[in-house]
Write a protein that binds this ligand. Sequence first.
Ligand code: CTP
Length: 404
Amino acid sequence: MNIVVGVTGGIAAYKTVHLVRLLTKAGHDVTVVPTEDALRFVGTPTWEAISRHPVTTSVHDDVAKVRHVALGQAADLVIVAPATANTIASMTAGLASDLLGTTLLATVAPVVIAPAMHAEMWRHPATQANIATLRSRGVHLVGPAEGELAGGDTGPGRMSEPEEIFAAAEALLTPRDLAGLRVVVSAGGTREPIDPVRFLGNRSSGRQGVALAAEAAARGADVVLVAAHVESDVRAMAKHPSVRIENVGTAAELSVAMADAAADADVIIMAAAVADYRPARVAEHKLTKEQGVLDRIDLVENEDVVAGLAAARSAGGAPDGQTIVAFAAETLTDADERRERARRKRERKGVDLLAVNLADAEHGFERADNAIEIIGADGAVVGEASGSKREVATAIWDAVQMVR
Ligand code: CTP
């Protein structure tokens, strides 16, 4: 989606850097339009680097492309963060004194503002009247939050956190077609301990599962995210009021958390990479060479979690119409062979949909991008997607909606 982020002259501008980062990471095309004042807080190079687009404040640059209206016309969403009292007043009056002003006048896209100012300025009848006018025109407000303000005062006026503004933006851009659904998504990779400091693990970062959870929440679902060793910066991308995160470590812990959450879930997506085996014994103390050379680790098989959930469903232990989706990371490069293996795997596991991804150097594990095919009930390919993990998540939820 095309998003314009207007930045105005407040100290909270530094937090908007993170907001732009969240938006670009989610796959959006972001153009930053600062006011002259905003550049006193955060400069052009930062905005250009973080948005990967040229940045100007002036209506006189790029005149041939009629930039002062083109940006607003092309936008799917405009965010103003921080929105100072002055900018809020300008917006209310419809002033077109800079590129942000013209963009706001030229757009018919939804507009989100995140006010930031001193508490007195926020409470002033002039500001409150402006806010009421903007609201009546359909402008969406995020915050301001209560808290410490510049200069040490406290009160309402603090710009909301970037994650909150991001969630509001996503909510406006996304259809709420999953509203009312309870969903469980697993993400990350399990670790099976060998001794207190070593484990058998895999290279899953959890990004695809987190993107699935974030997409579901944005589309209105209530989400439980069962996260196995997902780095906190990845996990933060699922931060949303409708997402509850449960952290787990081993396949056995993941199994318990999934069974609990699945008992009243409408949709389950198993995106976690679960270890198929675990060491038969976990050494109580760190294994050392003084004890001799370790030339083997005996393994026992872990239960197949998703197959267990499908079996529980068949036995009546799940809400009617529960949909289960599994993943398969395959290294087979021949597409037909990969599809055939996926068909067998889907049947063996008893799931409704199987998303197959090619795990090679360019795709899959530890990569920002992914490419998948979705195999449905009769073995047909019911969906495919490539691109950011969020784009892939969108395709998977579309396929889930299709089969429900
Ligand atoms: N899975 C699971 N429990 C396991 C292993 C895998 O729930 N013990 C789930 C994964 O989360 C994924 C799907 O099963 O959704 C497929 O995982 P994959 O490792 O490809 O399947 P395996 O059954 O391990 O098949 P194989 O090793 O033959 O590829």
